[in-house]
Design a protein around this ligand. Structure first.
Ligand code: ARG
Length: 576
């Protein structure tokens, strides 16, 4: 079934355009405030054909009329646009298909892919900061959308659980009696205390260095203490995920330590393939096309001069594992913009090494920073980095309910292009008007209340009930009741119907381009279209013939909002 009107109209328009242009032309049909849909294709052809665009448009319109019969009216407008007005009959028929479709017109991917999504990635014995918040929220929205589209999603939480700081942390844990549960209930304080000792106490520093060596060579006692630290941190991160309503679970942790045994092989393989160069004692790869400001080739340091491995080596081992062992076909890395060059270089080296065969894509899903009111990086009044838990606490405190506070933060993060920075402004995020989470949650709750008032008509549960099992979703959407088939007559009903039918395009674009804001913006448009409809078209007070159809439109809107918010990871309570 296709209810995608845009693509239906494109298909019907294409032959006429091709006939006039003499070659295939993209009909570029878009929804428009001037008609239901509009095509600017004649304008784009004018120069090539050396003809006035209105004349081209008129010829295309005349040719397309037969193809469009029963589907849409076509008319030339303005300097040479084609306006398309979809027939009420087609709109009604398409809506009814949606109403009985549990997936709201979104087909399951014909060619499902295994998609490995690297997100969250906090560091052990450190608090999560706002950068991790963005990765967690964006990554989870992508995981939800791609899973719902039928892809085989593998969540990977690339925990920072390895490296030199662990010498110092383990040693400090030993000094504090070895009981992690007690001594690191406050992770940041624990980390900072270890750091101070490391910087001021020569004896401690020496012990910490020896401890790193012991840890890396597998000394059982060192490993055991390290594991306690990791476990303690994991518990803390899982708490945060639960609070955030994020689908990352205990099985998704795959920290940097997992790849340590692969690192010698990575160096050996890269060496055999001639991809390593020695530079000041370090082993580096110099992927083509990466140069610094002065034109000097940039190194990706695979093994440091002291023989140790760093962040890049681990990411090389990880990518080999994800494309190879895990069989990933699309690899996503949801990590802040500053790591853009790092990932581009890792991908280039992996490609050259043959670890990323053709057909396997690797994408860095970068994102901007969260800024304070002063437009600078978000800091506490004392100038420290802001802790995630503190932000969430404040939002929940200021909102009427935790779901509203958390939803507000998540929606604010997801509703703008992820690549950009945004200002953390709780007043704006929590506002019930504007492009905010609470506005959308309110829109959904309002429709549920219409159904409560409607009494014996479809109960709200029938509209919204979804089996959202432990977040590992498959929303089993309940389909609208008989007697409430939607229909369109009034302009506000038409506008709402056209928006409802755009859900599939919004989800597909958001998942395909890894841009959750495309779905967020869509949901906001939908809530607005509903509010215009509700203002102009009485539902409960309407006559018996119209009432059912309007309830049907309301039910469809509720399901679409609920599903869309769910795919973004935002709760939609029935009452606020
Ligand atoms: N732990 C890293 C950080 O806090 C993020 C990890 C991102 N993932 C990766 N495969 N490098 O910056």
């Amino acid at each position: 079934m296709t209810v995608n009107l845009e693509s239906l109209l494109q298909d019907r328009l294409a032959p006429a355009l091709e006939a006039v242009a003499g070659h295939p032309v993209d009909p570029a049909v878009r929804s428009s405030p001037h008609a239901d849909f509009q095509s600017g294709a004649p304008l784009a052809l004018a120069r090539e054909l050396g003809r006035p665009p209105r004349e081209i448009a008129a010829e295309v319109a005349a040719l397309a009329e037969a193809e469009l019969a029963g589907v849409a009216e076509i008319a030339v407008s303005g300097p040479g646009f084609l306006n398309l007005t979809v027939s009420d009959k087609l709109l009604t028929a398409s809506l009814r298909e949606l109403a009985i479709d549990g997936r709201l017109g979104v087909p399951v991917a014909a060619a499902p892919r295994r998609v490995v999504i690297d997100y969250s990635g906090p560091n052990v014995a450190k608090e999560m900061h706002v950068g991790h918040l963005r990765s967690t929220i964006i990554g989870d929205a992508l995981a939800r959308m791609l899973a719902w589209l039928g892809h085989d999603v593998v969540r990977v939480n690339h925990l920072g659980d390895w490296g030199t700081p662990f010498g110092m942390l383990v040693e400090h844990l030993l000094d504090s009696g070895g009981d992690a549960e007690h001594s690191i209930s406050d992770l940041t304080a624990f980390y900072q205390a270890a750091r101070v000792k490391f910087d001021t106490d020569d004896d401690f520093r020496t012990r910490a260095r020896l401890r790193v060596v012991a840890l890396q060579s597998g000394d059982p006692r060192s490993r055991e203490l390290w594991r306690t630290l990791v476990a303690q941190s994991e518990r803390y991160f899982l708490d945060v995920y639960e609070r955030l309503g994020v689908t990352l679970g205990p099985d998704d942790f795959a920290g940097e330590s997992r790849y340590q045994d692969d690192l010698d092989a990575i160096v050996a393989e890269l060496g055999e393939k001639g991809l390593l160069t020695e530079s000041d004692g370090a082993l580096c790869a110099f992927p083509a096309g990466f140069t610094g400001r002065d034109g000097v080739p940039l190194p990706l340091i695979v093994r440091k001069a002291d023989g140790g491995y760093g962040y890049a080596a681990t990411d090389l081992a990880a990518i080999r594992h994800r494309a190879g062992t895990l069989g990933g076909q699309r690899l996503l890395y949801v990590v802040g913009n500053p790591q853009q060059v790092h990932f581009a270089m890792v991908f280039a080296v992996a490609r050259a090494a043959g670890w990323l065969p053709d057909g396997v894509s690797a994408e860095h899903i970068g994102f901007g920073s969260i800024l304070g009111a002063d437009g600078k990086m978000l800091k506490t009044r004392a100038g420290d980095t802001v802790k995630l838990a503190a932000l969430l606490d404040e939002a929940v405190l200021r909102a009427s309910a935790p779901t509203i506070g958390i939803g507000a933060i998540k929606y604010a993060d997801l509703s703008g292009d992820r690549r950009g920075d945004y200002v953390f402004d709780l007043d704006r995020m929590l506002a019930i008007t504007g492009n905010t989470g609470p506005y959308l949650q309110m829109a959904y709750a309002r429709i549920c209340s219409i159904f409560r008032k409607a009494g014996s008509e479809p109960d709200p549960a029938a509209v919204t009930e979804q089996a959202l099992t432990a977040g590992r979703l498959e929303p089993a959407l309940t389909v609208a009741r008989p007697g409430c088939e939607p229909a369109v007559v009034e302009p506000a009903e038409r506008a709402l119907a056209i928006t409802l039918l755009g859900f599939e395009a919004a989800v597909t674009a958001a998942a395909g381009q890894a841009e959750p804001h495309r779905l967020a913006v869509y949901l906001h448009d939908l809530a607005q279209a509903f509010s215009v409809f509700y203002e102009r078209c009485p539902v409960l007070r309407a006559g018996p013939d119209v009432r059912g159809s309007r309830l049907g439109l309301a039910a469809l809107t509720a399901r679409t909002l609920h599903t869309g918010l769910f795919l973004l990871g935002i709760a939609a309570p029935e009452e606020i």
